[in-house]
Design a protein around this ligand. Sequence first.
Ligand code: NAD
Length: 496
Amino acid sequence: EVITINLDTPLYKGSISLNTGLFINGEFVRPQESQDAGKIDIINPSTSKPITSVHLGSSLDVDIAVDAARKAFKSTWGLHVPGSVRGQKLQRLAELIEENLEEIAALEALNCVASLILGKPFAQAKQELNMACITTLKYYAGWADKIHGKTIETNETKMAYTRREPYGVVGAIIPWNNPLAGLAWKVGPAVAAGNTIVLKPSEFTPLSALRVASLINEAGFPPGVINIVNGYGPTVGASLASHPLIAKIAFTGSTITGRKIQEAAAKSNLKVVTLELGGKSPNIIFDDADLEQAIKWAGIGIFANMGQACCAGSRIFVQEGIYDAFIQGFTAVAQHLQANTGDSFSSPNTLHGPQASEAQYKRILSYISSGISEGAHVQTGGEKHSDGEGYFIKPTIFTNVTPSMKIAQEEIFGPVAAVIKFKTEEEVIEMANNTTYGLACAVFTENISRGIRVAHAIEAGTAWINTYNTIENGVPFGGYKQSGIGRELGEYALEK
Ligand code: NAD
């Protein structure tokens, strides 16, 4: 079923055609009638009105997709195809996305603004699509013919060799906060290594993935190599996690769901599991930091993508000597964003957009209430944005935060910073590590020895020094503790 979305905005004008079905075995199909779960309205978070509705799959559709993916793995993909050929197809897919960049970025910005850098939502959606999706697919296209084993000589007369074999069918489940990065981070390494894949986008943000699905055949992939089944987590997602013929499940989302995925994997066929989960990442600013830089990156760390980033720097520890000056500058950043809030397309001056869904919007507001009732001080923000129907929340800074408060412990996934003052390096390391999460951290200091020392002492998969949210295709990304298992990106994603 093809629908057309007409956009006539100051920043983007155009008609976008989209198939709202499931993409299985190289074609768009309707869900199996006997278990048809109907359709889901896809909401524009700037207006809270539906953009369109798309079909929802069921476990039966997952079975069909897995079957197609297995057949492809055994005949037209896997090690039946030279790595160079797999790479060419991935490269072509990346180029096709690039050729349709404006349109796909418009769909993304309409459904959820996705950007790890601060700024004009539509322009950033384009930049993000390029940096976090197109270049990632190209990066893995480059890897496809460079995956090989080793020779191990055990003595003069004996040697063994290792062979890098794909798993078979990979199941992938991604969240709504950065839909096309999620897609590329899963599809790129899986398909480059010779696996076939069944991917479930978030039920809230499937539009851009469906548009990409329409390019898969043109890129030259045989039917069944990349399948996209939209649907709810407890149905389509759970079926992927428990499917006996899926060899590996790659999940990005909340820690609660990650636990369910691991359980389902253990109970079904002990499939390999990688989990990219939540975070409560500490951003540590020492007295000797370059203040202007620290303020800029702290803003990017917590307010980019409206705080909907797994690696968001949501706990900001500031040393006492620089504290007042930092708060002053950081407040100005939040207020500048508050003054330039709006939808993705109306004005080139817009810097801050809506939260992605009503549920998240309400959840964030309830965390703000909890911060207030636990005695934290609202330095700025602390409420919804007054205009319009959308899910807009003012970039918020809490001061007088103590480490045991809910806003300092739990992942809010919104534009809410909890600032905590500290005195010594030892004290801040202890506080920073006092969390069940361990995805990322940052240290701001002009003393490089201290920067490295503290970065090493923090239990986090990624440690930035004097920067934030800097993610590179070649650098592994993933969590310690309950932030995840396994690593994405780089050659690391090809290893598990
Ligand atoms: P979520 O766990 O609710 O949903 C993520 C995905 O899992 C969705 O596609 C959803 O449909 C599916 N799902 C839900 N229940 C399921 C079940 N029982 N079985 C199988 N699949 C199921 O998370 P969310 O609210 O969509 O996303 C936000 C979370 O994702 C945050 O906690 C954030 O930190 C995390 N996240 C992590 C990373 C990372 O790389 N570490 C990146 C982005 C988001």
